[in-house]
Design a binder for this molecule. Structure first.
Ligand code: MN
Length: 726
């Protein structure tokens, strides 16, 4: 739909019957004439753009000068008109806004940090002079973002990034919730189109259920609140995409786990009624502990006020309820824009003064701080509430994502500091490693040479640097234990055949054997044995020319490898009524031949076969249409094998691991993976093994062998680990 000038006039007249219609009309005619031969990238006449921008400003119910400036905002930049012309025709007030917008348009926020700081400073300076400058600029950005598809992809991403980094946070800080929300969703769409589309379709798939749920819950809310004699306006919606996406990224969760993507808003006539409604909500649904936020008593820095609570529906679907007065709602949606609504300058409430005070404060800072980077740090604290700024004892500022812990801080300083970190002092007080950093914290990391990273740290680290360094350390230390284990197993193998490793593993001999086995050096082979990927016996065969003389142990490995190469990849499962269905054994339970199994038709991945005891089966089986009967087929040649993941809890004593490994090997079982010291509590260590068995009986034999070893406390099956170290 093409926006007509009359639409703008109507909008303005709605909230300001005394507006200067003549001024608006002259601005429209002027803009139309100045831009007459220009076209937008979309091919439309350029005038469409100032008309849309002016309409957005009228929707924000801003004063006439702002709307006029919206019509004229590009004339100085894109035509021969000067600021003086604008001042002559439309007055100083309008000219000052247009000049500010023109200046901001020339700033480049993609440049180096120093230049970016300087530019942000200029922009904030323009804002503090007259906030309407930034309001017009935001309206300009909204329309440009709405029509971004007409630009080249590189340019789209750059503008979207700038919008998300600079303009959405400013809209948020100025309390203009509806502008912030729109800018975030539009930016998200162009910055990560794939994530945007997949999230959009995931929510679309839930739409029917969500809509029914929203309508049902809304009605019930309305009824219960009315019964208590409170007048309220209630609406429900699915939260905006970017806020869901941000939550998913921050908590590393899937759409299904996003806690409460449905939110209800209850608008009341008084603060007292807000608390009344909160009570009603909590007596109708079970509140989720720790999720009640009282922003009425404690407004956010941008003066946002509301009560938030999350409750559990009868169906187990959590949802959020936001409760506020109509006035608070107007402030939440329009923020500082409210200051220029209705009559110019009049109606200054204390709150609006506060918001302007934020700008004044920034103006003061920028006079005090000569280093633009220091200024940027200060402004960032206010503009980016999702980031946390903490100091080193020497006063250096480091920036972290919210939720970061001393572990992130330690790795930021140095990998070695991270690897030996034992705890931290924050503002002089000792805190645990799980402590979440807050703005302004002075953090001093404590280290001990003997301390090393543990797997638990991965759950505490928020930054990718810390996480990757912790992983690297764990992999390295696992390699070391695999190496030690491999050495021990090879020694044992040599002893078994009364061979002397010292003689056999010398010079040429060794080099030839390594080449035969395809390893660079002995150490690589040893760790491969330790990980269970190679067997010690392979080395013996490679070193002793006439292995026939040695007593050989049965090894099914070669035979099985041949079978696999010949394409016999079926797992010996037959699906009812389907001859050659694609079958996968579910990784959550890894069923083994002989166990009771059920099939479940997946989307695009054929039939997934679960063991009946698998906890996921209970969930999947709600969908009876997709359930399908399966049974184990015959396995005449015993060629199929099944991977079993087990956790063995052992007392921490030397040599025990080797005993378990040889117990497993003695049952002609291949160890595919081994992860020692995964979790250690007190004197007990949990070791994770993955090995292959032919069937359930075979598996049980191996279990019994392990259980008989002195020092083994327990053997349990566990879900397959998503990523084997191999
Ligand atoms: Mn523009």
């Amino acid at each position: 739909m093409v926006r007509r000038f009359e639409d703008i006039l109507e909008r303005v007249a709605e909230h300001d019957p005394n507006s200067d219609q003549d001024l608006l009309r002259r601005a429209y005619v002027f803009s139309a004439r100045e831009h007459r031969n220009q076209k937008r990238r979309s091919g439309e006449p350029y005038l469409v753009h100032p008309l849309e921008v002016a309409y957005i400003l009228a929707e924000l119910r801003l004063d006439t000068a702002s709307v006029v400036a919206g019509l004229l905002h590009d004339v100085v930049e894109d035509t021969l008109t000067t600021i003086d012309n604008v001042a002559d025709y439309f007055g100083r007030d309008v000219a000052a806004i247009v000049e500010g917008v023109t200046k901001i348009s020339k700033l480049n926020f993609q440049s180096t940090e120093q230049a970016q700081a300087e530019n942000l400073r200029k922009m904030i300076l323009a804002m503090t002079h007259d906030v309407r400058v930034i309001l017009v600029k935001l309206a300009d950005r909204i329309h440009n973002m709405r029509t971004l598809e007409h630009l080249k992809p590189e340019k789209r991403e750059r503008i979207a990034r700038e919008t998300l980094d600079i303009f959405a946070p400013i809209a948020n800080r100025l309390g203009i919730g509806k502008v912030k929300t729109e800018l975030e969703d539009l930016s998200f769409r162009y910055i990560d189109p794939l994530a945007y589309r997949s999230l959009e379709s995931a929510l679309a798939a839930r739409r029917k259920v969500s809509e029914e749920f929203i309508e049902e819950t809304r009605k019930r809310l309305e009824q219960t609140i009315a019964e208590q004699g409170i007048e309220a306006e209630i609406s429900g919606r699915v939260k905006h995409l970017y806020s869901i996406y941000r939550k998913m990224r921050a908590q590393k969760i899937g759409v299904d786990e996003v806690y409460d993507y449905v939110a209800f808003r209850v608008l009341t006539g008084s603060v007292k009624d807000c608390y009344g409604v909160l009570g009603i909500v909590h007596s109708s649904w079970r509140p989720v502990p720790g999720r009640i936020k009282d922003y009425i008593a404690m407004p956010k820095p941008n003066l946002y006020q509301s009560l938030h609570t999350s409750v559990m529906s009868d169906r187990g679907q959590p949802f959020e309820v936001q409760i506020r007065t109509h006035e608070m709602h107007a402030i939440a949606e329009e923020g500082i824009a409210a200051h220029w609504q209705y009559k110019e300058g009049a109606g200054d409430s204390d709150r609006e003064q506060d918001r302007v005070a934020w700008l004044r404060q920034i103006l003061d800072w920028q006079q005090d701080l000569q280093d633009p980077r220091e200024f940027l740090e200060l402004v960032k604290v206010d503009l980016y509430p999702e980031e946390v700024y903490a100091f080193t004892p020497k006063g250096e500022v480091l920036c972290f994502p919210r939720g970061a812990t001393p572990i992130d801080f330690a790795y930021r300083i140095h990998t070695e500091v991270g690897n030996h970190c034992t705890g931290a002092k924050v503002n002089g007080r000792i805190v645990p490693l799980k402590y979440e950093l807050e703005n302004g914290d002075i953090v001093e990391i404590m280290t001990q040479p003997a301390r090393t990273p543990s797997r638990d740290w991965l759950a505490l680290a928020r930054t990718s640097k810390a996480r990757s360094k912790i992983r690297a350390w764990i992999n390295q230390s696992e390699r070391e234990s695999a190496l030690a284990l491999g050495r021990e197993m090879i020694d044992k193998e040599f002893r078994k055949y009364k061979l002397s490793p010292r003689k056999l593993l010398e010079g040429e001999n060794l080099a030839q054997a390594m080449e035969k086995l395809g390893f660079k050096n002995l150490e690589d082979f040893q760790s491969s044995v330790g990980y269970g990927k190679s067997s010690a016996h392979q080395l013996v065969s490679a070193l002793v020319p006439d292995t026939q003389k040695l007593e050989e142990r049965p090894d099914g490995r070669v035979k099985r490898a041949v079978k696999r190469a010949l394409g016999m990849r079926e797992k010996g499962v037959k699906v009812q009524g389907l001859d050659d269905a694609l079958i996968t054994l579910a990784r959550c339970c890894n069923p083994v031949r002989g166990e009771d199994i059920v099939g479940y038709i997946t989307r695009g991945k054929g039939v997934s076969v679960h063991a009946v005891h698998c906890p996921n089966v209970a969930q999947l089986m709600f969908d009876t249409d997709r359930r399908i009967g399966v049974e184990w087929g015959s396995d005449s040649d015993g060629s199929t094998t099944f991977d079993v993941s087990v956790a063995v809890d052992v007392e921490d004593q030397p040599g025990l691991l080797a005993k378990i490994v040889s117990a497993i090997s003695d049952e002609s079982t291949n160890i595919k993976n081994l992860e020692a010291n995964a979790e250690t509590t007190g004197s007990e260590t949990r070791v994770l093994f993955v090995f292959s068995v032919n069937d359930r009986k075979h598996m049980e034999r191996v279990f019994n062998r392990i259980r008989q070893i002195n020092g083994v406390r327990d053997v349990v099956r566990v879900p397959a680990v998503g990523a084997h170290n191999a």
